[in-house]
Design a protein around this ligand. Structure first.
Ligand SMILES: [Zn+2]
Ligand SMILES: [Zn+2]
Length: 234
């Protein structure tokens, strides 16, 4: 499918009356019917404020205590489980932009006010190769409506991903950190800024950690991850 056709379809589906993406019930212009929306796998309210993994009493988790990540906080809405995985895939591989709008809206609605006081937004970048393959960056598509809703600037240039390697979940944390080191380049002056980093799915956190390390090197005072879904260890 050409980029143009995909873009037009994306726009079309955002405006036309539609059926619930998951069960087919009529929804007006919403992506999901109320039932399906209420049954999405919400993330536990009791979770580590730094990495969003569930913890008793919302304490900082053991992993973050042992080795403090470069990011300062993580805000997420869902567990990466059915049917959130299907929605993420529809955005990523079918370019269903309406899903990005839904994610942005949900992220903002669920965000604590303390995490909204940022200076700007960045979207976790894809490598040039991946961007060419996919045609767009799903994190950026979520960040665009989110930035509008938060009335914050979204920077789209001045930072890139130069290495594609995904940190392997099977590796120990230390190895994962090494495996992803140097993956990003950033030419922005972020001195004293609080930055929100938007991503679709946070898996091990190693990629976001490396991105946060890069942003801190460029002067960022605070880095807050906003990831739609959080993959949980089993
Ligand atoms: Zn439904
Ligand atoms: Zn943690």
């Amino acid at each position: 499918m050409s980029l143009l056709v995909r873009a037009v379809r994306g726009i079309g589906s955002a405006l036309l009356p539609q059926d619930c993406f998951l069960c087919g019930a009529a929804t007006g212009t919403e992506l999901l019917c109320n039932d399906c929306r209420d049954n999405l796998p919400k993330i536990s309210l009791s979770s580590c404020p730094i990495c969003a993994l569930p913890t008793p009493g919302a304490e900082i988790c053991g992993a973050c205590l042992t080795q403090t990540p470069y990011f300062d906080a993580t805000h997420s809405c869902f567990r990466y489980a059915f049917p959130i995985d299907r929605l993420v895939q529809a955005l990523k591989y079918q370019h269903r932009l309406v899903v990005a709008g839904f994610f942005a809206h949900t992220l903002r609605e669920a965000s604590p006010t303390t995490l909204r006081q940022a200076d700007l937004l960045l979207a976790l970048p894809l490598s040039a190769l991946r961007l060419r393959e996919r045609g767009f960056n799903q994190a950026l598509e979520i960040a665009r409506p989110l930035a509008r809703q938060l009335a914050l600037p979204l920077l789209i240039d001045g930072y890139t991903r130069v290495i594609d390697t995904a940190p392997q979940a099977s590796l120990p944390w230390k190895e994962r950190r090494k495996n992803i080191q140097g993956a990003f380049e950033c030419f922005l002056d972020l001195t004293g800024k609080t930055v929100i980093v938007v991503d679709d799915v946070m898996t091990t956190g190693a990629t976001l950690n490396e991105f946060a390390r890069t942003l801190k090197k460029n002067g960022a005072a605070k880095v807050i991850n906003w990831a739609v879904a959080r993959a949980l260890k089993h």
